[in-house]
Design a protein. Sequence first.
Lengths: 137, 102
Amino acid sequence: MSEQPKKSFLYINRKAPYGTIYALESLEVVLIGAAFEQDVALAFVGDGVFQLIEGQDSSAIGMKNFSKTYRALGDYDVRKLYVERESLAERGLSESDLMPLTYEDEAEDYAEKPSIHCVDRTEMARIIGAADVVQSF
Amino acid sequence: MSTLHTVNKSPFERETMATAFGHAARGDAVLIIEDGVYGVRKGTTFAKTIEESCAICKVYALGPDLAARGIKTADMIDGVKVVGYDGFVDLVAGHGRVCAWL
């Protein structure tokens, strides 16, 4: 059997963490996709931007703080996290409120590079249009 | 006796918080929990509704839910008070009824 060509997967995250299970489930699916060595990118739109907020502490609500898992995405070659600027602004947020997520670029002596890219809505539409497969959570 | 209104949905995703504040009478209390706490952050498109409501009713947010979602006291709209689970119980006991805007 010949090897299948690599496909680009875009996972759109639209829900806040903790209140529903969508954010955690999306992260699980992303890690599975990355394990199959596909070209994986994440988009954060609407309440999805809340998933990346720095300083989450869920110890008092009895739920797992899975925000730390986003920091591991770089190790799974998930290096493209697109965050919509308009969604941040509507929610009183800016890029400085987000976790500093990075990956190591082996092509440049493992230099740490940012994984988060803030894009405007028009650019987000273009990113969606360029993906082979889109999954929305 | 006055009414305690609870809101547990993000105001950016559902209209329940707007509905709750629209139906809170003078002297009522509104307790914001779970994903509702995203609404108490300063500078959002929803902030004006809460700021205006603070003059009419008491507005509370649940501390453990704020912490889980990375919202610090300094990020919050002035006038919104933080309560713990014990304060939640006191609010329920201190009002005639609870109206949960799910």
